[in-house]
Design a protein around this ligand. Structure first.
Ligand SMILES: [Zn+2]
Length: 208
């Protein structure tokens, strides 16, 4: 058996001239609840085409009400359920992206479609929406977010590559799993986990 045969198969990147592939991506993005503006950004489809499809799937009721797009990373790092969900989406996106074997500075549509699908199946609560998922994927390509391994628990989570300022201090993001475990720790109540030794003790108590 040759070495090539042992390699994981690389995904086929949908190009703009591939009308069927582009249509499939457009349809999937709309079904998953992406706003028309986001669908247009990610596919070769035009806004009128996207709006027709959007109405077909979601009806007039589901029309985009506008509103603000997700622009800031900080709300995703500071809200622990959102941080855990962001980390999950990011891990899925990065692993699917690797299958396409492409290095690029912009979001890879095929990888994004598949990652969002897997994320929504894995997290029915939908703690992050498609705009927030797109923000994470964009920041990955600009090198503004990274995945890191927690030194205390087995989690891998998303951090900012540079410290971000909030009202109280600066942060790159702390392990959301350790935070959740600290909340679950009955005898400690709502502890603020800052000390790795305390975190390790809490983790050992809960996991055994
Ligand atoms: Zn942790």
């Amino acid at each position: 058996m040759s070495v090539t045969a042992l390699r994981a198969p690389l995904g086929h990147t949908t190009v703009a001239s591939d009308k069927l592939g582009s249509y499939r991506n457009t349809q999937a993005l709309i079904e998953m609840g992406c706003r028309p503006q986001l669908v247009v950004k990610l596919t070769a489809a035009s806004m009128p085409e996207v709006k027709v499809l959007h109405r077909r799937f979601h009806g007039e009721e589901g029309a985009d009400k506008g509103g603000r797009k997700a622009r800031s990373l900080l709300p995703l790092l500071e809200n622990h359920p959102k941080h855990a969900a962001s980390s999950l989406f990011y891990k899925i996106y990065a692993s699917i992206l690797a299958l396409y074997g492409v290095e690029r500075a912009m979001v890879h549509t095929d990888a994004f479609v598949r990652a969002l699908m897997s994320y929504q199946a894995a997290d029915p609560s939908g703690a992050i929406d498609p705009d927030q998922a797109y923000l994470i994927a964009s920041l990955h390509h600009t090198g503004e977010v990274l995945l890191t391994r927690c030194k205390v628990c087995p989690a891998q989570y998303m951090i900012s590559s540079t410290p971000l300022s909030n009202r109280y201090n600066t942060t790159t993001g702390r392990c959301p799993l350790c935070y959740e475990l600290a909340l679950l720790s009955a005898d400690r109540g709502r502890v603020r986990v800052t000390d790795p030794k305390t975190q390790r003790e809490i983790f050992r108590d809960i996991i055994g």
